[in-house]
Ligand binder design. Structure first.
Ligand code: PEP
Ligand code: MN
Length: 372
């Protein structure tokens, strides 16, 4: 059960005290309060954990500070979408809005390699008015002998270049809680020229200790990748770890599932789950066509499978696209075969715009259908 208090409720007020006294007196139920700071107001939500089936929602609603009581219909209580739940499905970070109703594009390098490549990438984004990118500094690799990323060494100049080209958010995977500290320190030393969205990779979807560490900080939002070999339900529960620790600024990313049935793609593309995740949760949904498809192969119509998969995600209402690009793919240190070239960026963007426009028209048609 979730209790939503009136905006800006004072936690020191006697009215709040009365409610807490009542809740703390409930046997077998524990209450956890959580503040959500918005741009206009602060919202307090109280999560009741335990057997809440017999609790009287009306009685709780009669307390002066309570605005609304929501009965939780799913395990993922904070990020989930429940009956009569009109909590927001968007958040803002460093001036960029992430929501179930809009679209952000994160084109960039799978892994940071040379300063020249990073600069070429960011310059191209800047020329197209794109304020977000992806840049991997810490790379989890299948082989211990493969390049593991330049780690904290590259952060100062990556952040400096981001500032130079007006990049507001960089998606960057972390594989250890030390990396959060390294990123925070490097940003501070550079004078916070940009922001970072911490990425949880598919190999760490159920690394619960990492999730708790990333969830305990609220400076950075999180891009959470679906586990490639577990159920959707398990991945959504894992995402809830972030929120249960305090960070609910989470984008959920589909990136394909590991099964040979997807061959010859790297993974079986799962973008038909975009509307499912939007229906079950309030998280904006990202698609990663690069790690799903894994190659630059094109069909007889000359459309690369990467663009086809992107279009499939966008037409289904995706809110973010994470895509590997590289100025010189054969020289990329990680995942060159799936990287699009910088010259292909305008085509990629035009194709996305075309499909997004169609999605918006489809949404309008669906809304009319409901009204009639
Ligand atoms: C990545 O985005 O760089 C990556 C490693 O993705 P995934 O965790 O989905 O394999
Ligand atoms: Mn990669």
């Amino acid at each position: 059960m979730i209790i939503i208090l009136h905006p800006d409720t004072d936690r020191d007020s006697p009215e709040y005290g009365k409610l807490m006294e009542y809740l703390n007196g409930l046997k077998g139920i524990s209450a956890r309060s959580h503040d959500v700071a918005g741009s206009q107001q602060r919202l307090t939500e109280i999560y009741l954990i335990g057997d809440t089936a017999l609790l009287d929602a009306g009685e709780i609603e009669s307390f002066e500070v309570v605005e609304k009581v929501i009965r939780v219909s799913r395990e993922y209580r904070i990020l989930g979408r429940h009956k009569d739940d009109n909590r927001p499905s968007h958040f803002e970070y460093n001036g960029i809005r992430f929501g179930q109703d809009n679209l952000q594009i994160f084109a960039g390098l799978c892994a940071v390699d040379t300063r020249e490549h990073v600069e070429q990438m960011m310059q191209a984004l800047h020329e197209h008015g794109l304020p977000c990118t992806r840049m991997g500094a810490y790379k989890p690799r299948t082989s211990p002998y493969a390049f593991q990323g330049y780690g904290k060494e590259c952060l100062p100049w990556v952040f400096e270049l981001a500032g130079k080209y007006g990049i507001r958010v960089i998606a960057m995977e972390v594989t250890h809680d030390n990396h959060i500290k390294e990123i925070r320190e490097a940003l501070q030393e550079a004078g916070n020229p940009t922001g970072v969205m911490l990425q949880i990779g598919t190999r760490n979807t159920q690394n619960f200790e990492l999730l708790k560490s990333v969830g305990r900080q609220r400076d950075f939002p999180v891009l959470f990748k679906r586990g490639f070999g577990i159920t959707l339900e398990e991945s959504l529960n894992a995402a809830e770890y972030l929120a249960s620790e305090g960070n609910r600024n989470v984008v959920f990313c589909l990136r394909g599932m590991k099964t040979n049935y997807g061959d010859p793609h790297r993974n079986l593309v799962d973008f038909t789950h975009v509307p499912v995740v939007k229906r079950l949760t309030r998280m904006p949904v990202c698609i990663d066509p690069s790690h799903a498809v894994g190659s630059r192969n094109a069909g007889p119509d000359a459309i690369p499978d990467l663009l086809q998969a992107t279009a499939q995600g966008i037409i289904a209402g995706a809110n973010m696209v994470l895509a590997d690009f590289h100025p010189d793919p054969p020289r990329a240190l990680v995942d060159g075969p799936q990287a699009l070239r910088l010259e292909e960026l305008p085509w990629f963007l035009d194709d996305i715009a075309l499909v997004r426009e169609t999605y918006e028209q489809r949404s309008r048609l669906a809304a009319e259908q409901i009204r009639s």
